[in-house]
Design a protein around this ligand. Structure first.
Ligand code: KMT
Ligand code: NI
Length: 172
């Protein structure tokens, strides 16, 4: 895992967009983002049990797996959105970028590779993209029923109860 401020420069979303300014793990923690490096199945099971993640699936995002719709999918994952539940991703192969909004509404880019697990809190605005290798395999964990509905950023979603609760949790 590596986190840094997104450079906001034009160019393909899959490029690094590294401004050269690092974001430290404590800052991510303040945003409510939880990170673990997990190399042992037992540790994953422990975390899943502790946090009541009862369901999971495995997703591969690649042109080989997705065919013609790959480019379209990658663009859609990159639309800024939030969920009314945690988003948990455990990377099993390849790599990708999760961008999360900072307190000042800037993008923090989080680069995740194999064995990285990240939990995004409900209500945080974020987006995802593969990197220039166009390949990631991830386990998606969820508490109850899979609820993948992305709520795209906009005036209505800005006042969503989960958004409000998230903002309150961030400001002491
Ligand atoms: C998401 O939430 O954007 C995704 O599930 C993308 C694939 S997970 C690496
Ligand atoms: Ni999401």
């Amino acid at each position: 895992m590596r986190a840094y401020w997104f450079d906001n420069l034009p160019g393909d979303q899959r490029e690094l967009h590294d401004s050269g300014r690092t974001v430290d793990p404590a800052y991510l923690q303040n945003l409510g983002v939880i990170y673990h490096h997990i190399t042992d199945d037992a540790d994953l099971e422990k975390l899943a049990a502790e946090r009541s993640y009862k369901n999971r699936d495995l997703i591969t995002v690649s042109p080989e797996k997705m065919g013609d719709v790959y480019e379209e999918k990658v663009k859609s994952f990159f639309h800024e959105h939030l969920h009314e539940d945690e988003e948990i991703r455990y990377i099993r192969d390849g790599a990708g970028f999760f961008d999360v909004r900072s307190e000042g509404d800037e993008w923090v880019r989080v680069y995740l590779e194999k064995d990285d697990l990240m939990i995004l809190p409900a209500g945080i605005y974020h987006r995802f993209t593969t990197d220039s290798k166009n390949y990631i395999v991830a386990t998606r964990l969820f508490k109850e029923e899979p609820k993948w509905t992305p709520l795209n950023r906009g005036p209505e979603v800005d006042v969503n109860p989960f958004r409000k609760e998230y903002l309150q949790s961030r400001t002491p």
